[in-house]
Design a protein around this ligand. Sequence first.
Ligand code: NAD
Length: 333
Amino acid sequence: MKLSNGHRRTPRRVVVTGGAGFLGSHLCQALLEAGSEVLCMDNFITGTPVNVLHLQEHPRFRLIRCDVTDFVHVPGEVDLVLHFASPASPIDYLKLPIHTLKVGAIGTWHALGLAKDKGARFVLASTSEVYGDPQVHPQPESYWGHVNPIGPRGVYDEGKRYGEALTTAYRCSEDVDTGIVRIFNTYGPRMRPHDGRAIPTFIRQALGDEPITLAGDGLQTRSVCYVDDLIAGILAFAGSAHPGPVNIGNPDEMTVRRIAEDIVAASGSRSEIISIDRPVDDPQVRRPDTALAEELLGWRPLVPWEKGLERTVAWFRDEATAAGELPPESLVG
Ligand code: NAD
C-alpha cells in the first residue's frame, strides 16, 4: 500500500466519523471523487444527513447513524479512519459540555480501537484550540499551548488534548499508524448559519441587513482557511505515514473587524457593525505556522480569502433563498 515517497495510494475503504458535519461531508465527497468507498458515521447531534444527501445515491457511499461514544463496529476491511466526530463550534460545545468531553475521550478511544482492529491508519481531527490563548505567535506544532482547563471552553480544548494523548499512546504502545492534524479555523459552504462561529454569523446577519455583532473591538485576529484547501491538506496528511501533529490552516492573518467589514462588502449589505462582549477565554491571536505541512506534504492553501468568501456568501444566499428567508435575486432591486 505504501509508495516509495512515503505517500500512499487512494485508500480503498474509509470510515469518516462525524461525516455528516461541515468538514466531514466535504471529506466524504472528496474521498468518493478520489475513488474510495466511504462509510460515514454520524449521530447528527450537530450535523445533518442533508449535508450528504447529494452523496446518498453514490454506489460507494454509506451513511450509518451511530454514536461513536456507544460503540463503533464495521464489518470488513478498513484502510483509513478519519475521526472527525465532535461538536466544534463554541455554541455547540457550551450546550453539550459532557458530550463534547465524551466524544473527545470515549469516541476517540472507540475510533482508535477500530483502526487497531483493522490495521488501518487513524487520523485525529485535533484543533488549533489546543494552543488556547497562545503566548507564542504564530503557533508551531512544538508549542504546548495556554489552555484554561476549567474555563467554559475547557471541555473542547481539553477533550482534544486528551484525544491527542490517547492517539499518541495507541501509536507508541499498540503500534497503530496514527496521525494528528491540528485544524485552524475553516469556512465554506455547509456551515450552519446559527452555529455561532464568526463567519457564518456575520454572513447570515449581512444577508438579512441585520447588525453585525462584532466581539469586543474586533482587533483580535484569526487566520481562516477555505474548506477545499483544508480538505486537500487533510487528505495529503492522511496519505502520509506521518504521526503529526501537523498544523493545517491558512496563515493569512486578519482582524475579526476586517472579516466583518469584508463580509458586509461581499454581501452588498446595509448592515452596521456593532460591538458585543468578548466570550470568556476568547483567543487574542491565532495564526498557524504551516512550515511543517509545506515541507512534509508540499501543501499550502491556494484559495485567497476574497475568492473563498465570494463562494461562501453565494452558498449562504442560495440556501436562505431556498428556505424562503430571502427573496430570489431577480426580485432584488
Ligand atoms: P460539525 O459540528 O459540523 O461536525 C461534527 C460532526 O460530528 C457532526 O455531524 C456531529 O453530528 C458529529 N458527531 C458529534 N458527536 C458525535 C458522536 N458521538 N457520534 C457520531 N457523530 C458525532 O463540525 P466541523 O466544523 O465539521 O468539525 C469537524 C471536526 O473538525 C471536529 O472534530 C472539530 O473539532 C474539528 N475542527 C474543526 C474546525 C473548523 O474550523 N471547522 C477547526 C478545528 C477542528
